[in-house]
Ligand binder design. Sequence first.
Ligand SMILES: O=C(O)CCC(=O)C(=O)O
Ligand SMILES: [Fe+2]
Length: 390
Amino acid sequence: MLLYLPLRSPVLATRCRAFRAPTTPIPLRPRPPARRSLPLPRQVKMAWEDMLHDHHPRSRQPPHVRQVVQTLKASVHQGDKGLPPSFSKNKEHLQVVLGTGDSPARGECSTKIGSPDLCGSVPSVSFDICLPQKARPIKLNPSLLQQNREKRKEREQAKISNQNMRLQPGMILLKNFLKHNDQVEIIGQCQRLGVGSGGFYQPGYEDGAKLSLQMMCLGKNWDPQTSLYEDIRRVDGTKAPQIPLHFKKLVEEAIQASHALVQQHTGSSHPVKAELPNMLPDLCIVNFYSNNGKLGLHQDKDESRESLDQGLPVVSFSLGDTADFLYGDSRDVNKANSVRLENGDVLIFGGQSRHIFHGVLRIHPGTAPKRLVEETLLRPGRLNLTFRQF
Ligand SMILES: O=C(O)CCC(=O)C(=O)O
Ligand SMILES: [Fe+2]
């Protein structure tokens, strides 16, 4: 059973996650520009499909989608006139995607309080990890001074990757491992999946208390009431979205880089795969922490007995704001070690570190790189993805 312990509370709390599942990502097909002469339902369908399958965040929709989005906005506004019946049940999702509904406040969950969810309620509106386009600040051309500052920062970031660390046997920190383009892609994908069926929601405990983060699952859904990973989500019968292939490739590269680091630290005769076994991820838990988000000390132990016994690693990607990450051998916060996880960092814990207690003590607001925030419109906060093999 996987337990989260609130950092300052002696009470054990069960980790609670809910999931809804959109379709498997389909590569973007080139489409001719939408023609005004097309009947509205056709245009709606095209835009809808493109938005669902598009690999880009809303800020970079192709022109033909953007054009139809305007028509859609008017249609939603006029009470769905012209929308095919199948869209009306998706109206709230459509509003979120189009930015026509009530947007959640900064860093807040948009789930309606009091509505039934997994621990008593199903989220009715998904949480968007990116701010709506309209909230985007007006961007002035950066001065030469600012440009130089940005360049210096990027050079410093590149140096940081030399600060990779073997924190303890089986536990590796790869600094600034995810490159800017990968970060943009990951955020875009998480946004798209997160606003769709199976997307983010703020899990809660049975007593009504909520965790201080938003969550969604990929690959399989984790059921907080049974502490099991399941193909079909019990509350709505949907399947979890697949883990995008690009994510899996990055996990593979991170494990390879960790093996090289272990080798470097321990010498040529050291069996690196005994210290840190290979892992093929089929599960991913995605967390979004707003400025005051946190996560109590816990162990990840709901994966299969074989996976746990072999010490198959958990691979964790950090994006956005910096977090103070705690880890140690016990649930005692005072005895825990702390390490800063910054944007682009990858943390791996497997082998004899697979059962560490870990959690997030705090988020450092405003520490995400400006360029990333401007390009993706990522909300203030931190996005974390933990990959595991069942
Ligand atoms: O956000 C993090 O760095 C840790 C997340 C985590 O431990 C989990 O989802 O199980
Ligand atoms: Fe965890």
